[in-house]
Ligand binder design. Structure first.
Ligand code: NAP
Ligand code: ZN
Ligand code: ZN
Length: 348
């Protein structure tokens, strides 16, 4: 038997989100029922509500930065108990049998792809609904544990913004002696700066202006430069081992690639709605690489949460009521967020 849950949904593409109810599946033997305590607003929610990435499924309940407590567990669940502090990120299922799933890279599942937390169809054929809701039912293998040292509100954005920046920093061996630049000081960017700093790198923020410089330096950046100033590109040419691009809009990739040292890599994380132009000559000097990275696997997400708890890293948030979601979307689009909106689902 399904359960009726209060949620906030976009009824159609580009439509304002409004209060509604959705049906959650009955708790299966491998499932965990979570009372959602907090859910972050990721820019990906906005891209999808606006159908900026292509045709989407409506009504859409966005939300893939979920924290809460376990309310019920299925008969075969031994890893979680009622009352445990848990989180759910961008995925709620995958094939578990392909090479990538077996390697802990469920986000790159080749057996039909992972099932995204919302705007997707589950293996039961039903649409998935995300975390702008009071409860969610998730397979135990896609639930992670929130360490006691991390408050649930500031932990929520770690489930997407945190893991999306942690995974490439680790994959490209960030540590003492590594020079990292983070383009864009938004939700992803402010996590990337903190994590790169905690891993021991020398960190530079490349932001459109110096408006958020004090915050960037407080979050752990060693340098903060405005990309509106042409001197930035002249001064920093050939400087970085690794650049994380977190910008939600198309960029001049040639300009940013020129900032890489020999063998340096620009990892693109931002997923703009419009195509970008790339001149291949911009990769040619100094054996530069352009790569991408998508969120992170479940085990790596747990590793990231444990790292954040040990190092005192968490998101900076502005807590909002559900009826402020539409305004919050406009503020994200206007760049007016420091640095993640987090919804209190009790207000739905
Ligand atoms: P966000 O909070 O809106 O931050 C994006 C930042 O980009 C802004 O704060 C701004 O920083 C900069 N920016 C925005 N518009 C710009 C423009 N026109 N030109 C230059 N800079 C601009 O967004 P987010 O939640 O961090 O997400 C960022 C992007 O990553 C989105 O496209 C999202 O869909 C994508 N994403 C990807 C993954 C993945 O797995 N790869 C995961 C999550 C999100 P400044 O003001 O400092 O310039
Ligand atoms: Zn996200
Ligand atoms: Zn798979």
């Amino acid at each position: 038997m399904t359960t009726t849950i209060a949620a906030y949904a976009a009824p159609a593409a580009k439509a304002p989100l409004e209060r509604t109810t959705i049906e959650r599946r009955a708790v299966g033997e491998h499932d965990v029922l979570i009372d959602i305590a907090f859910v972050g607003i990721c820019h990906s929610d906005i891209h999808q509500v606006r159908e900026g990435w292509g045709t989407a499924i409506f009504p859409m309940v966005p939300g893939h930065e979920i924290t809460g407590t376990v309310a019920e567990v299925g008969s075969r669940v031994t890893t979680y108990q009622v009352g445990d502090r848990v989180g759910v990120g961008c995925m709620v299922d995958s094939c578990r049998a392909c090479e990538n799933c077996k390697a802990g890279l469920e986000q790159y599942c080749t057996g039909g792809g992972p099932v995204w937390t919302y705007n997707a169809v589950g293996r039961d054929g039903l649409p998935t609904y995300g975390g702008y809701a009071q409860q969610v039912v998730v397979d135990r293998d896609f639930v992670v544990r929130i360490p006691d040292a991390l408050p649930l509100d500031v932990a929520a954005p770690l489930l997407c913004a945190g893991i999306t920046t942690y995974s490439p920093l680790r994959h490209w061996h960030t540590g003492p002696g590594t020079k990292v630049a983070v383009i864009g000081l938004g939700g992803l960017g402010h996590m990337g700066v903190q994590l790169a700093h905690a891993l021991g790198a020398e960190v530079t923020v490349l932001s459109q202006s110096l408006r958020k410089q004090d915050d960037g330096l407080r979050l752990g950046a060693d340098h903060y430069r405005a990309t509106s100033d042409p001197a930035t590109f002249a001064d920093l040419a050939g400087s970085f081992d690794l650049i994380l691009n977190t910008v939600s809009a198309p960029l001049d990739f040639a300009a940013y690639l020129s900032l890489l040292r020999t063998d340096g890599t620009l990892v693109n994380l931002g997923l703009p709605e419009d195509p970008v132009q790339l001149t291949l000559q911009s990769l040619n000097g100094n054996r530069r690489s352009l790569s991408t990275s998508g969120i992170g696997g479940i085990a790596e997400t747990q590793e990231m949460l444990d790292f954040c708890a040990a190092r005192g890293v968490a998101a900076e948030i502005e807590l909002i009521r559900a009826d402020q979601i539409n305004d919050a979307y406009e503020r994200v689009l206007a760049g007016d967020v420091r640095y993640r909106f987090v919804i209190d689902p009790a207000t739905i």
